[in-house]
Design a protein around this ligand. Sequence first.
Ligand SMILES: [Fe+2]
Length: 231
Amino acid sequence: MALYAIGDLHLSFASDKSMDVWGGNWVGHEQKVLDVFPSMIGQDDTLVLVGDHSWGRNLKECETDLQFIMDLPGRKILTRGNHDLFWDSRHTSKLNKLYKGKLEFLQGGYAVYGTTALVATKGYADEGNDPPERVFQLKDRELMRLQDGIRKAKTAGFDDIIVFLHYPPTDPGQERSLFTDCLEKERIHRVIYAHCHGEEHFHDSLMGNVRGIEYDLVSGDYRNWVPLRVL
Ligand SMILES: [Fe+2]
């Protein structure tokens, strides 16, 4: 039994947004996933997909992409990314009903992996795309979701918690954020995030051990389509 993580599959089987245009590790990345994942991940293993699964604008346009993910080996837990337009955060339970036994959609709560709680929310990093009042709102809402997920896991008796954020834990180039303050206060030791793809963004945020927390970036192109073994 092992726990793996990777993010930013950005599939586009039913839309015209192939990631091949980005070159490098993106060229034919779907085939790399098909070649690599089954050789590493067994049916008893768990794979956390850390957001930005599909370019589809609604569930209909995502069906083929979600089927591709369903066909990968092991238990699949999907967290929410900024491009997952098919996933309305108010209707996560609807998605879970629809894909019961096939995919798990995790946003703002926690999933159980052995004796470890996996807490996930999208997070937010200010990349200059939103006006200041919106940035404040988005950070505040995501911070609440993070706190809520950690509180629920702790209330259920979990000491061992891994946090998954889609966005990096800080704004680009920053050392601290409301999120890192919360994670440190809650004594979290492991944080996994994605979203930073393209070489110029790989070092946008924290990596390695920072103030007692181990941070790992798992965007697919950064990992060259090899999932990170977390546990
Ligand atoms: Fe993203």
